[in-house]
Design a protein around this ligand. Structure first.
Ligand code: DGL
Length: 266
């Protein structure tokens, strides 16, 4: 029987995007076991309705409950917006943290500078980032922009081609004339394209919410005496769609090869 401390962390996204969170997580907390669930059969979340995304989150939470995780990290902005409450409801006493709060906090660390937000259609439609930024007392200009096609580029591993550069240029055109001081990567897939976004907007400071999110997780584990400082470090990859393409394209974002992704039927 595992102790609470030895239980894994449950992390999920619609696909490879959450691996940008997992990468930072493993750097900071190398002794935690993680179950990473990629719900690729429902990709892309950004094109789904609020009810659908809530339902995906609920099913995934049921799975994490069965596994017996000690913390759930929603490594997806879209799922944080539409399923955080449902996931919390299913998990009961087990805490659930999402990425929007962390991203907004990271963006307002230095106040008074204009902020751009790029995210999926569904996240932008929700105004979640603008609302969160305002609730933190930031009054500077916030410019939200839906860039759903960038999600597909990363999910398909197309992160260094002329085509990828052209799509990014087209979708970020509204920001080119008067670029914001900071740009929140409001979809966990987007750190996979940071190098190309920087090429186009060299003066803009990119905000990757992963660091603030992992800090929040780490602070919680430490406070509750659940942080592992030895052993562990095992990551299990579960994929509702095709594990092969997830492993291939996900390796780019994770920074090392994914060898053993397994199919999961939820
Ligand atoms: N990676 C996700 C996010 O952070 C979702 C992308 C999608 O499936 O549309 O929003």
């Amino acid at each position: 029987m595992r102790t609470m401390k030895e239980r894994p962390i449950g992390m999920f996204d619609s696909g490879v995007g959450g691996l940008s969170i997992l990468r930072v997580f493993l750097e900071e907390l190398p002794h935690e076991d993680v179950v990473y669930l990629a719900d690729t059969v429902h990709f892309p979340y950004g094109k789904k309705t609020a009810e659908e995304i809530e339902g995906f989150g609920r099913n995934i939470a049921e799975h994490f409950k069965k596994v017996g995780v000690k913390l759930v990290i929603i490594a997806c902005n879209t799922a944080t917006v539409y399923s955080l409450k449902a996931v919390q409801e299913v998990m009961g006493d087990i805490p659930v943290i999402g990425v929007i709060g962390a991203g907004a906090r990271a963006a307002v660390e230095s106040k008074g500078e204009s902020i751009g937000v790029i995210a999926t259609d569904a996240t932008i439609r929700s105004h979640a980032y603008s609302d969160m930024i305002r609730s933190l007392g930031e009054t500077a200009q916030v410019t939200p922009l839906a860039t759903q096609r960038l999600v597909t580029l990363v999910e398909e591993g197309d992160v260094d081609s002329d085509h990828a550069r052209a799509v990014i240029r087209e979708d970020l055109t509204p920001l080119l004339d008067d670029p914001p001081a900071k740009l929140i990567l409001g979809c966990t897939h987007f750190p996979g394209l940071s190098h190309l976004i920087v090429e186009l907007l060299p003066e803009v400071k990119l905000i990757d919410p992963a660091y603030a999110l992992v800090k929040e997780a780490s602070d919680y584990l430490e406070k509750e005496n659940l942080l592992r400082v030895e052993g562990g470090g095992k990551v299990e990859f579960l994929v509702t769609g095709d594990p092969m393409s997830f492993a291939k394209n996900g390796s780019l974002l994770l920074g090392h090869p994914i060898k053993d992704a397994k199919k999961l039927i939820l």
